[in-house]
Design a protein around this ligand. Structure first.
Ligand code: PBG
Length: 338
């Protein structure tokens, strides 16, 4: 057996002046050198709104997430705001009788999203309201564009998206977020907003949005699953990274104020690339499937939910995200307060 003396002298002989563990020895030192910190300021809280009064419905594939009627949604937003959350993203559940192929309901001045934006801006004007611009919640086909002969039309869809964005701007939204992946939509929306006097309404472009199986629970929430085919002719192939740079480049040239990567967890490399490519804020969308996976494993008792949430969201910031859209926003805010 080796004696203590001989092992110590062995260490002395090796030139081991670098000991990274010195910085990890105590909690105080670890805090001092922590490089990335998740704060409530980083969070955007996505919320589902539906018609009716005094109701909330839990989404089965997203335990802990609800669709709210406007009255209860306002209470939820006030709650979130009081916890320090500064921004929300709105998604509507549109009744099937209001869906068509052209998304006409999407630019109804008295549509659900437009009424919701007005009500939030009246009750809690300080919170940043971001509204989604895409046809899928309004489409009988569950696609993000107008369908003709099984194809998704680009330029005709952009015309509808422009009307949708304008009606949301008129209702008082802070940022519109085109999530449709039609070509040229950011430029068309920017031009229309500017010519109509909405120079201060910003655009958060879903620039690198991938055709992902992680959106399943969200489509349950909005009853918006595609009725035929998939979204691969407009959303990106998850095998591609350089293409994300092309998309972001175009969106920046067309006038985006912030760019988004979606989903987030399986795309941390894309977040990092965009962070290095642009000086615009980069937003990561921690999508419904990512949420569902953590919830399901936690419900089984297989992982520690809070720790996994924290680690997951911190990794997105470490990768380079300035802000994160996450269904965990309120839980994170509560953890920060406890
Ligand atoms: C719609 C849209 C989707 C999501 C956000 N906006 C679904 C899709 O593109 O099919 C997904 C969000 C999530 O999964 O949390 N354009």
């Amino acid at each position: 057996m080796m004696s203590l003396a001989s092992s110590t002298s062995g260490v002395e002989n090796s030139v081991n002046i670098h000991r990274p563990r010195r910085l990890r020895r105590t909690a105080a030192l670890r805090r001092l050198v922590q490089e990335t910190r998740l704060t409530v300021d980083d969070l955007i809280y996505p919320l589902f709104v539906m018609e009716g009064e005094a109701q909330k419905q839990e989404i089965p594939s997203m335990p802990g997430c609800y669709r709210y009627t406007l009255d209860l949604l306002l209470a939820e937003i006030a709650d979130a705001y009081n916890l320090g959350i500064n921004a929300i993203a709105l998604f509507p559940l549109i009744p099937s009788e209001k869906k068509d192929n052209f998304g006409v309901e999407s630019y109804n001045r008295d549509g659900m999203v437009q009424r919701t934006i007005r009500a939030i801006k009246k009750e809690i004007p300080e919170i940043a309201v971001i509204s989604d611009v895409a046809l899928d919640p309004y489409s009988v086909y569950g696609h993000d564009g107008i369908v003709q002969d099984g194809q998704i039309l680009n330029d005709e869809t952009v015309e509808v998206l422009v009307k949708m964005a304008l009606s949301q701007a008129e209702a008082g939204v802070d940022f519109v977020a085109p999530s449709d992946m039609m070509d040229g939509r950011v430029g068309a929306i920017r031009k229309a907003l500017d010519t109509q006097g909405y120079i201060n309404v910003g655009i958060l472009a879903y620039s690198a949005k991938y055709a992902s199986a992680y959106y399943g629970p969200f489509r349950d929430a909005l009853e918006s699953a595609p009725q035929f085919g998939d979204k691969k002719t407009y959303q990106m192939d998850y095998a591609n990274a350089a293409e994300a740079i092309k998309e972001v480049h175009l969106d920046i040239v067309e006038g985006a104020d912030m760019v988004m990567v979606k989903p987030a967890l399986a795309y941390l490399d894309i977040i990092r690339r965009l962070r290095e490519y642009t000086h615009l804020p980069v937003v990561a969308y921690n999508v419904s499937g990512e949420y569902a996976m953590i919830k399901a494993a936690a419900q089984q008792g297989w992982i520690d939910e809070k720790k996994v949430i924290w680690e997951t969201l911190t990794s997105m910031k470490r990768a380079g995200a300035d802000a994160i859209v996450t269904y965990f926003a309120k839980e994170v805010a509560l953890m920060l307060h406890s």
